[in-house]
Design a protein around this ligand. Structure first.
Ligand SMILES: Cc1cc2nc3c(=O)[nH]c(=O)nc-3n(C[C@H](O)[C@H](O)[C@H](O)COP(=O)(O)OP(=O)(O)OC[C@H]3O[C@@H](n4cnc5c(N)ncnc54)[C@H](O)[C@@H]3O)c2cc1C
Length: 501
């Protein structure tokens, strides 16, 4: 066992899309900083960021009904949809910058255009969708969205879903062509290849076991080489904990007060994958439905065309599952081990408050293949069991914390937790997820490098022209950004306004 000491400026823990994004931003802002990455697996993007472990939706709130709640007066609140869309535009701009600067190539290897649709059944839901459509299309961010409750039009849009559907059932959908399917696994690998070419030291099969403060204010990490068993000590001025589900235990090890009273609850995702190319070829959209009563927001069912390894595939889900592991490759003791004296009351309060979720998860775990097929048949009425296989996707660790809403509140968003001096930051939670990686990593930069921010602002603006500007208040900038990012990323060669004309 060795005990070597190594010093670097920045350490990124985990080789998922979040560390890849933060590393790429920092390399553009301060090329001279030494960055080291530790990843316990043998390659990048193998956990939640892997293409088969998430749904690959470029979340821009173009189809997800859970971002637009109906208010008690019946009107539709689209504020969450606006914020998710603005965050996605930030990602699109940064990815475009990387492509334009030849830092990554072939955008079609990670992003493809695919219509995003919302689909509802039943009179009340049809009325809701129409109202939502009206609220959204009056906003510059959602231009180009169409609504239809005409079965002939719907058949044109979604033939597989409309085939053999009872004629008396009210059905409606919205459709927008500017949606995307993002292969976050490919993007992560491309970003790490780019970082490697910029001399970032990426150490695979290296697991971070502990973090502690040194007397001179640095962070010292205890890192285990999983091949040799050697233990190394690495120090850095700044550490980002981008361990996905594995971030919470590492945050707890830092001992920072900001990491106290926080718990995590893992929810697994499962998809049904279509193995019949003839069925796959009949669908071309990401179609999001309405969540079942009692289901958590990330369990909204959707039928998705995916582009993986230059092949079109079809996925339906997610179904929720339960495993006490915080990562797909984690340990059965992850959940139990995360209960500490400072968060036990928070966790117990969450348990008592979320009996509905517990019941929902138990029901989901108990589902047989035929019962899952029945849920799929709400989308594809004549779906055949033999055409579909079950696929286990990634783990999402939902944050539990004490908020104004009460002790032990389950959060469904992402959360940046950082030390007051900005020397360490962790990313918790997983929704909207990878789509918002760039704005979430900019939040890490703003929180952890406030003194450098003024000097860095011009470069950030060069990479992300809308940085610091509200897009919703600048329709001309929206049009400019849509047109330029779609062209650079190979999503469309026409300006958005020309397509609408
Ligand atoms: C079922 C499902 C569907 C989803 N669908 C979407 C979607 O459609 N669109 C979207 O935008 N997002 C989606 N997401 C969310 C998205 O996948 C995640 O937000 C994102 O991939 C998280 O990236 P990350 O880098 O934080 O974590 P990860 O990709 O999980 O990477 C973390 C890395 O850290 C490593 N690690 C952990 N602990 C240690 C340690 N101690 N030492 C060294 N290495 C360590 C892990 O091995 C892993 O490689 C989905 C997630 C799931 C589970």
């Amino acid at each position: 066992m060795s005990n070597r000491q190594m010093k670097t400026d920045v350490i990124l823990i985990g080789a998922g899309v979040m560390s890849a994004t933060l590393g790429s931003l920092l390399k553009e802002l301060v090329p001279s900083w030494k960055i080291t990455v530790f990843e316990k697996l043998s390659s990048a993007g193998e956990e939640s960021s892997n293409e088969w472990n998430n749904a690959g939706t470029g979340h821009a709130a173009l189809c997800e009904l859970n971002y637009t709640a109906q208010k008690p007066d019946g009107s539709i609140d689209i504020s969450k949809a606006i914020s998710v869309n603005e965050q996605f535009q930030v990602s699109m701009q940064f990815w475009s910058y990387l492509v334009k600067s030849n830092l990554i190539r072939n955008p079609q290897d990670f992003i493809m255009p695919i219509p995003h649709m919302s689909l509802v059944q039943g009179e009340q839901n049809v009325a809701f969708l129409k109202k939502r459509f009206e609220a959204m299309t009056s906003n510059p961010l959602f231009q180009g969205m169409e609504f239809s409750d005409d079965p002939a039009k719907l058949k044109e849009w979604i033939p597989l879903i409309m085939k053999d559907r009872p004629a008396n059932e009210p059905v409606a959908a919205t459709r927008i062509e500017s949606g995307t399917d993002v292969n976050f696994g490919a993007l992560t690998r491309m970003l790490f290849d780019h970082l490697k070419s910029k001399n970032v030291d990426i150490k695979f099969k290296h697991q971070v076991d502990d973090l502690k403060r040194t007397s001179d204010g640095l962070w010292e990490l205890k890192v285990r080489n999983l091949d040799s068993g050697a233990v190394e000590r690495h120090t850095a001025r700044f550490v980002f904990i981008g361990g996905g589900g594995g971030s919470l235990p590492l945050l707890q090890k830092t001992g920072i007060p900001e990491g106290r009273h926080i718990g995590g609850f893992p929810i697994s995702g499962l998809f049904m994958a279509c193995n019949n190319p003839e069925v796959v070829s009949q669908h071309h959209a990401k179609v999001y439905g309405k969540a079942k009563v009692g289901a958590p927001p990330m369990s909204v069912p959707h039928l998705d065309t995916r582009f993986i390894d230059n092949k079109k595939s079809l996925l339906f889900g997610p179904f929720a599952g339960f495993s006490p592991k915080f990562l797909k490759t984690g340990s059965m003791f992850d959940l139990l081990g995360s209960v500490k004296t400072d968060n036990v009351m928070t966790m117990l309060a969450a348990g008592a408050k979320n009996l509905g979720l517990t019941k929902y998860l138990i029901q989901q775990v108990m589902l047989s293949k035929e019962q899952r097929m029945e849920e799929l048949r709400e989308f594809i009425p004549n779906a055949k069991s033999e055409d579909w296989d079950l696929l286990v996707a990634g783990q999402r660790v939902q944050v539990i914390k004490d908020t104004a809403a009460g002790k032990g509140t389950l959060q469904f968003g992402t959360e940046v937790v950082s030390a007051s001096d900005g020397s360490v930051a962790a990313l918790l939670g997983a929704s909207p997820g990878a789509s918002t990686a760039v704005s979430v990593m900019l939040e890490v930069i703003e929180k952890c490098f406030p003194q450098q921010l003024n000097a860095w602002a011009p470069k950030i603006k060069e990479m992300i022209p809308s940085y610091g500007v509200s897009l919703v208040k600048n329709p001309e900038l929206v049009e400019k950004i849509h047109t330029s990012t779609e062209r650079t990323l190979g999503l469309s060669s026409e300006p958005r306004s020309a397509k609408r004309a």
